[in-house]
Design a protein around this ligand. Structure first.
Ligand code: SAM
Length: 267
């Protein structure tokens, strides 16, 4: 079914209101194809009917699915591995093993990034006082991150020593999948949160991964997100961006220490 200009604009507005993402007008075919199965599932005869559904009080669940369908969740374990190696070396030298350490995978998608950070932290601070928070706008992705049930075909991305130490192969109805062990999961928590309207928390982080998400926003929103993020980073803490992302303007108190890796310093 094709989508007309009005329908595209209506749905694009809902997407913007809830995620801050606004698609350019040449993306209407992409929107139509991502939503076509939802029109069938919800028996909506047009994109306008689907729009009416997701803005209605009864459409809350479908709105979550809409957000999930319209956001890109590509991720994998130890994506951009050099960054994880850098993080390992940096904290091995710097941190006393008794000081609590908090990491945040902001835009955690289905959890692979957060669990990769967790494996490094457990390796560094075995049994220690560390935690990883993962947040994402997509409730579906957050549920998958909590479940931690991953396709076995993706396990190869995890370095062998971590695979052996932390990964458990599924059996029976979980054949073809793996999970991460309780020692890791116990330190990880996942919540729905919007980078543009973050919930207030009374703590800040030593490590923040904000990777492969800024690219979806215009410059004004990128600035707002980065301001929110830097505000939550401890002095001496590290901010990791995706390899195609950077802090466009120099910022006071933030130093580039490696490509796409920044450190918060005291002024
Ligand atoms: C491509 S994935 C990146 C996952 C992971 N950080 C990585 O680099 O592998 C982008 C994620 O950003 C999330 N996202 C998009 N807009 C968001 C927003 N306003 N607040 C929080 N998360 C958002 C999407 O739901 C998606 O899971």
């Amino acid at each position: 079914m094709s989508i007309n200009k009005l329908e595209f604009n209506q749905l694009n507005r809902v997407l913007d209101q809830h995620t801050g993402i606004r698609l350019s007008s040449n993306k209407s075919d992409i929107m139509a194809s991502r939503l076509s199965s939802r029109l069938r599932a919800t028996r909506c005869a047009s994109y306008n009917k689907y729009y009416q559904l997701i803005i209605s009080p009864d459409g809350k669940h479908e709105l979550d699915i809409f957000i999930d369908k319209m956001t890109t969740h590509e991720t994998y374990f130890f994506r951009e591995q050099a960054q994880f190696e850098f993080m390992y070396d940096y904290f091995r030298q710097k941190k006393s093993r008794n000081v609590p350490i908090r990491a945040w995978s902001a835009a955690s998608s289905t959890g692979e990034e957060a669990y990769s950070i967790a494996m490094i932290l457990d390796d560094l601070f075995y049994n220690g006082n560390w935690s990883v928070t993962g947040t994402d706008i997509s409730p579906t992705a957050v549920e998958m991150a909590k479940e931690a049930c991953f396709a076995l075909s993706t396990v190869q991305k995890i370095p062998k020593k971590y695979r052996r130490a932390y990964c458990l192969k599924g059996t029976g109805k979980n054949e073809g999948t793996f999970t991460v062990n309780k020692a890791i999961r116990h330190h990880c928590n996942f919540n729905v949160d919007n980078l543009l309207k973050l919930r207030t928390v009374d703590y800040s982080f030593d490590i923040i991964f904000l990777r492969n998400v800024l690219i979806y926003f215009d410059e004004t929103k990128q600035k707002k997100i980065v301001d929110n993020i830097i505000h939550r980073l401890n002095h001496g803490g590290l901010l990791f961006l995706g390899h195609s992302e950077s802090l466009r303007k120099k910022r006071l108190g933030i130093e580039l220490i490696q490509p796409c890796i920044y450190k918060k310093v005291r002024l």
